[in-house]
Ligand binder design. Structure first.
Ligand SMILES: Cc1cc2nc3c(=O)[nH]c(=O)nc-3n(C[C@H](O)[C@H](O)[C@H](O)COP(=O)(O)O)c2cc1C
Length: 211
């Protein structure tokens, strides 16, 4: 083989190798991890709603990471018509829970109307037909990221529904400072879990293949 033929072959092989590694040539290989070994599957399957939290709020660096995962959720046209407010001010959480018409606290350990969570994320959207879906996906990313970091979570629609309908709560919504046109949709409590609830049953019959 002449030197020029050798060089041509070498360049061809290098080009083929580079193109096989490029992201445009994704190779679909079988997933070799079992569900038990796959940490993403494990995180999704072990996430549970937490309703009994330790006193200490989640550190803000951890909350930042969790919320960055949240806003990386898929959302229609990447319009990102959501706003998030973090409240880890215990006085704010206690004061709102002391409003006469606040939802009653059924469990003695609860400190506030957000299932006693020491950190609460309020999620608002600029309503259109897609934004509730966007915000739901955002919330699931938050809960999964929290679980992966050892932080407990609870999605709540009850307290925000009361906040939106009972006038005594309006001043509290105003302090959240959402932009014009945005409406409070739901909230997520975060904190360190003092319980490890069993999974609530799921109805697998809802899944059907259409052949
Ligand atoms: C939109 C929505 C609203 C919810 N609102 C409340 C609530 O107000 N209070 C509460 O304790 N749990 C609330 N949950 C949590 C559900 O009860 C919980 O996700 C469900 O029972 C399944 O249990 P798991 O999360 O442990 O799998 C809510 C969940 C969703 C998705």
């Amino acid at each position: 083989m002449t030197i020029s033929k050798f060089l041509t072959s070498a360049i061809l092989i290098a080009t083929l190798a580079a193109s096989a590694c490029s992201t445009n040539n994704v190779v679909h290989e079988p997933q070799i991890l079992s569900p038990e070994e796959n940490t993403t599957i494990q995180t999704i399957m072990t996430r549970r709603s937490i309703r009994n939290f330790a006193d200490n709020p989640v550190g803000r660096d951890t909350v930042d990471l969790i919320l960055k995962c949240g806003i990386n959720a898929p959302n229609a046209m990447n319009a990102q018509q959501w706003e998030l407010r973090v409240v880890d001010n215990q006085k704010w959480l206690t004061d709102i829970s002391n409003v006469q018409t606040a939802p009653s606290q059924t469990e003695s350990k609860e400190r506030n109307m957000f299932r006693g969570a020491p950190t609460v994320i309020f999620i608002a959207h600029k309503p259109n037909s897609f934004t509730p879906i966007d915000c739901g996906l955002l919330g699931e990313n938050i809960c999964i990221a929290a679980t992966a970091l050892g932080v407990g979570s609870i999605v709540m629609g009850g307290p925000t529904s009361t906040m939106n309908t009972v006038p005594e709560f309006t001043p509290f919504i105003e302090t959240l400072g959402f932009s014009q046109g945005y409406e409070l949709l739901y909230c997520i409590g975060l904190g360190y879990a003092l319980e490890k609830p069993e999974a609530r049953p799921r109805n697998e019959a809802v899944i059907k293949y259409v052949d």
